[in-house]
Unconditional design. Structure first.
Ligand SMILES: [Ca+2]
Ligand SMILES: [Ca+2]
Length: 214
């Protein structure tokens, strides 16, 4: 009886999962496109994100500053890592991202509720090669045992935030919120990265930049 219930439950779950796929619509593609975005590239984008009800939760246009990140290495949500591949400079896309490729059942902060489908209008401004010698893993692993502990990750994040605050990169309100949510952020990183749940992120598990020569 219990086994039967479990099979049914698993089937329903799989069906919901399969139905929620990433949708990528090309709104504008330039005639000339020599270079297309690929895994490891640094992309500079403008984006506007909305929820199903049309409420905008974030836009780089409001800040008048495009957003730069490395594609395909887990710096951004999976919907972006997968939905922004093979893109031309000046190309515009609409992404519809199901929760499991976005912020999942937990949501993010006060702005994105759990289980939310995300809609993004994006424009690719620039593609550049990945930064040299980006070895974030080594930087975080302060005792060099090839494992990242919660303390090491926590310390690294704290340093990053202080640096960002000093250079005025983040708005101070945002920064305060991030510092307040600091422990939660560490937990979220471990949820995502510590695949075998042994309390440490190994070199293999780590999805960020970890190579000496790129
Ligand atoms: Ca370590
Ligand atoms: Ca682990």
């Amino acid at each position: 009886m219990i086994a039967k219930f479990f099979v049914l439950f698993a089937m329903c779950w799989a069906a919901t999962w399969a139905a929620q796929e990433l949708k990528v619509e090309k709104v504008y593609v330039p005639e000339v496109c020599d270079v297309k975005s690929k895994k490891g590239d640094q992309l500079t984008m403008h984006y506007t994100g909305t929820l199903d009800n049309g409420n905008k939760f974030d836009s780089s246009l409001d800040r008048d500053t495009p957003f730069t990140f490395q594609l395909g290495v887990g710096q951004v949500i999976r919907g972006w890592d997968e939905g922004l591949l093979d893109m031309c400079v000046t190309e515009k896309r609409k992404l519809t991202i199901p929760p499991q490729l976005g912020y999942g059942e937990r949501g993010a902060g006060n702005v994105i509720p759990g289980g939310a489908t995300l809609h993004f209008e994006v424009e690719l401004i620039n593609i550049s090669d990945s930064p040299p010698n980006a070895n974030v893993f080594k930087e975080i692993d302060s005792d060099s045992d090839n494992q990242l502990s919660r303390e090491e990750v926590s310390e690294y994040l704290r340093k990053q935030m202080v640096e960002a605050e000093q250079t005025g990169a983040g708005e101070s309100e945002e920064m305060k919120k991030m510092l307040a949510d600091h422990d939660k952020l560490v937990e979220e990183i471990f949820q995502h990265e510590d695949k075998d749940k042994n309390g440490f992120i190994s070199h293999d598990e780590f999805s960020g930049p970890k190579h000496d020569e790129l």
